[in-house]
Design a binder for this molecule. Structure first.
Ligand code: NAP
Length: 430
């Protein structure tokens, strides 16, 4: 049985984040205990394979073969889940902790995006909390920022760069003129991309994180089907080159707005003015730009993943749980019944890149269709490649409706001068 002045934890998952969390706790335990006001003790650990070689000594902790048992042990106050996955063991541990009135701490965005709303509702009835600062934007205290620092505000706009892999790849393409494939290979070599980067480069990881921020800011149950999600795999070196020429950079932008009582949640590549703050967020960094009606815009920038930055948030959560800083918030009352808008009702500027046969009249045929769809043009570039039979046409529109743009592209797709489907990227003002 744990002593009253102890705060005993069980850690499930000893991979990148689990190992870094234990290292941080072991190295800083003197200061951590002073800040926590109790002695934080790791009582038991669990992972998949007991015999695996690890660069921490786990022999001083009890090994729990079945991680689910951590949630039912009398000698454990808090379970730290660092396994991953939206369901399976992570979900069982989370709900079992709530049922057994234990603190639950996790870095698992997939779990919180899917079950965080229900978990948040359940903990309102008990005196223990769930903590997931590490699930969004690594070391950046954005969950605490929304739940506490900005709680006096009505938040109406969140724009963010939430995936370090994508931001690294797009920054590398911008700085070195490389292709998407070349930058992805480099990102893997340097540890900025996983062996299977699908979740990152297809925008799913960003959508999970955006769903969590949207849940906290607006009180809506996360629903990935309501988020328009596009990844970065179609961005070419030419797109990067042409947007530079017109004063922009490309970022994978996550947007969660509340506008006219409608929710507008999107993840997609975006043209951002090269003189804006988000354009300067390079490499694996994350950034969140959040607007409240009294705070105005607040900017958070920092390391969004990796062992130490993530462990920094996990251990902060452990200390906050120990102090029983619950930060509970009844999010369900915030925005009852709000509806989502569809991407087709977006209004804004658009970059459209065409690759066409290099013959007379092709530009006129495209601009005629654009004009016929009530779209006015901000700028046009026609770039012929010497010795090639194709040319690039780049169009930047003035503000218009997405529906008009989609209709124009449908018409242009019928032109036999078009070589491949046009590339469409939205321009975001921040
Ligand atoms: N890595 C990051 O930079 C980062 C950043 C933010 C959030 N996160 C989140 O943190 C969590 C952990 O990520 P990670 O990168 O540390 O993952 P990881 O390196 O793959 O580690 C996963 C751990 O879970 C254990 N595990 C897997 N299946 C298990 C099972 N069935 N039963 C018990 N243990 C099992 C593994 O055991 P073995 O060691 O025995 O194989 C391993 O220790 C995920 O939710 C992730 O999304 C990660």
């Amino acid at each position: 049985m744990n002593k009253k002045e102890d705060f005993s934890i069980g850690i499930a998952g000893l991979g990148t984040v689990g190992t870094a969390t234990i290292k941080l706790l072991e190295k800083e335990i003197y200061n951590i205990n002073k800040k926590a006001g109790k002695e934080i003790k790791i009582v038991a650990v669990s992972a998949n394979n007991f015999s695996k070689e690890r660069d921490i000594d786990i022999s001083k902790y009890e090994w729990e073969e079945n991680p689910e048992k951590l949630a039912t042990r009398d000698d454990i106050d808090a379970v730290v889940e660092l396994i991953g996955g939206s369901d399976g063991i992570a979900k069982k541990l989370a709900f079992s902790c709530v049922q057994n009135k234990k603190f639950f701490i996790t870095a698992n965005k997939a779990l919180i995006a899917k079950h965080g709303y229900d978990l948040n509702k359940k903990i309102l009835k008990i005196d223990k909390g769930i903590y997931y600062e590490a699930a969004v934007a690594g070391a950046i205290p954005i969950i605490n920022g929304i739940k506490n620092g900005l709680i006096s505000n009505n938040i109406y706009d969140i724009e963010a760069i939430l995936n370090g892999t994508c931001n690294y790849i797009l920054s590398d393409m911008t700085n070195n003129g490389s292709s998407f494939k070349e930058s992805l290979i480099k990102a893997k070599k340097l540890g900025f991309a996983e062996a299977d980067p699908t979740f990152d480069i297809e925008g799913i990881d960003s959508a999970h994180k955006l769903a969590i921020l949207g849940m906290l800011a607006y009180g809506v149950k996360p629903d990935l089907n309501k988020i328009h999600i596009e990844g970065i795999t179609s961005i070419s070196a030419e797109d990067i080159k042409y947007v530079k020429r017109i004063g922009y950079v490309i970022k994978l932008f996550c947007i969660a707005k509340l506008d006219n009582n409608k929710l507008d949640f999107r993840v997609h590549p975006s043209l951002i003015s090269e003189s804006s703050i988000p354009a300067s967020i390079n490499g694996a960094l994350n950034a969140v730009f959040i607007k409240g009606d009294y705070s105005n815009m607040i900017t958070f920038i920092g390391e969004g993943a990796g062992a130490d930055p993530t462990a920094s948030s996990v251990v902060s959560d452990i200390i906050n749980a120990c102090r029983n800083n619950n930060f509970k918030q009844d999010i369900s009352f915030l925005s009852p019944g709000l509806k989502y808008t569809d991407i087709s009702s977006r209004k804004g500027k658009y970059y459209i890149r065409f690759i066409v046969k290099d013959i007379a009249g092709v530009l006129a045929s495209i601009t005629t269709i654009i004009n016929n769809n009530d779209i006015s043009l901000d700028s046009v570039i026609q770039d012929s490649n010497k010795g090639e039979e194709f040319s690039y046409i780049i169009i930047l529109t003035h503000e218009t409706n997405e529906l008009n743009v989609k209709n124009a592209i449908n018409d242009i797709n019928n032109l036999d001068t078009l070589i491949i489907e046009p590339q469409l990227i939205r321009v975001e003002n921040i």
